[in-house]
Design a protein around this ligand. Structure first.
Ligand code: 3HC
Length: 327
């Protein structure tokens, strides 16, 4: 996704069969690859693409929930939501920093997001019309994110793996605050329970789509697993998420919106109905209800904050000049 011009200048290691075998041997031995280590261009490009997309998702993901901060029903809920949205901003920053170690700048990554070249998670293109959506996002979206991200703590690229440790701890708090909102609504008045069920109905399928296309259609999956960037396939993680989440819904008396969902004794996991991949690709390609709003808001924030970047960069440059003069 990121153009070759954005990849670091030191990326031109000659990729002889000996070099590629030695690199794979390091991966197979579970060694961490660090930014200045020689690495195949494809490995670097895959990481820049994935970490960049992940960082954009964290930042864009602040928008659907940020929109509820002023309307949270109690002070306690407002404090928790502000903390969660701030955490997501922090996750974006760790991830942009991890990607920057590979020779791409935050400005370049943001330009690719705003021009539509770089992706961000499909899930953030759905609207949040009710307070129960905030519960459903925490429970399901952060729940799916944790399932996908815990294995990333063991990713072969050191800076990404280390960044994910704190991210996962914070996502766990987010998942619990969301589930607790859903639990309270599900045990509330009929109108509250209906609101929770309606949010579950709208967020369940998009949450399953977060894991990406089925393995047979996953373009990068096999290579990313061979490089131990990904540790599990898209379908394997989706299945783990379904198996963990169905009992949670049952526990609070909500019903999954999937008539084909049933426990499979033989496979020891749930079978589920077909996922609407046409919807997924439509949303990924910009046709979701909120795509345009999300990118417009992101572009505005980027433009409005330009003076802050400029001031910070000017300050950093001044300090660097002073340091050189003093040496
Ligand atoms: N949304 C948008 N695009 C998606 C997608 C999704 N949910 N799932 C897959 N895609 C895209 C891929 O990026 C790829 O397109 P590209 O070649 O243009 O990049 C294409 O669909 C084919 O998919 P693959 O399976 O081949 O892609 P990957 O091997 O990269 O697997 C992934 C996709 C599982 C999402 C993987 O990239 C990944 O694990 N990423 C890190 C986690 C991440 O980005 N999470 C974002 C979730 S939200 C979040 O973290 C915020 C939290 O606060 C909730």
């Amino acid at each position: 996704m990121y153009s070759q011009g954005l990849i670091g200048a030191d990326s031109h290691t000659e990729e002889t069969p000996e070099f590629l075998d030695a690199f794979q041997a390091r991966i197979d031995a579970e060694e961490k690859i660090e930014p200045n280590d020689p690495m195949p261009d494809g490995y670097r490009r895959t990481l820049v693409r994935q970490i960049g997309q992940h960082a954009h998702s964290e930042i864009v993901g602040m928008l659907p929930e940020g929109n509820w901060i002023t309307r949270a029903p109690t002070l306690k809920r407002k404090i928790a939501l502000i903390a969660k949205v701030q955490d997501e901003g922090g996750h974006g920053l760790y991830l942009y920093s991890a990607a920057e170690t590979l020779g791409v700048s935050r400005e370049q990554m943001t330009e690719e997001l705003l021009s539509g070249k770089a992706k961000y998670s499909s899930i953030f293109n759905y609207p949040t019309p009710t307070w129960a959506d905030i519960g459903a996002i925490g429970w399901l979206v952060d729940g799916a994110a944790i399932m996908n991200q815990i294995p990333l703590c063991r990713c072969s690229f050191g800076p990404y793996a280390r960044a994910m440790i704190r991210v996962c701890k914070e996502e766990s708090f987010h998942q619990r605050q969301g589930y607790e909102i859903m639990m309270q609504l599900a045990h509330g008045s009929k109108a509250q329970k209906d609101m929770a069920q309606d949010a579950l109905n709208r967020w369940w399928w998009p949450s399953l789509m977060m894991f990406g296309p089925h393995d047979a259609d996953s373009e990068h999956g096999d290579q990313s697993m061979a490089w131990k960037i990904k540790r599990f396939s898209n379908d394997a993680l989706r299945q783990k998420f379904i198996d963990a989440t169905v009992p949670q819904a049952e526990f609070i008396g909500l019903t999954m919106p999937d008539p084909d969902l049933k426990w499979n004794e033989e496979r020891s996991c749930y079978d589920h109905g077909p996922i609407d991949w046409d919807e997924f690709w439509r949303v990924v390609k910009g046709g979701g209800r909120m795509n345009r709003d999300r990118i417009t808001a992101r572009a505005k924030a980027w433009d409005d904050g330009a003076w802050v970047h400029e001031a910070a960069l000017a300050h950093a440059e001044k300090r660097a000049t002073r340091k050189v003069a003093a040496e």
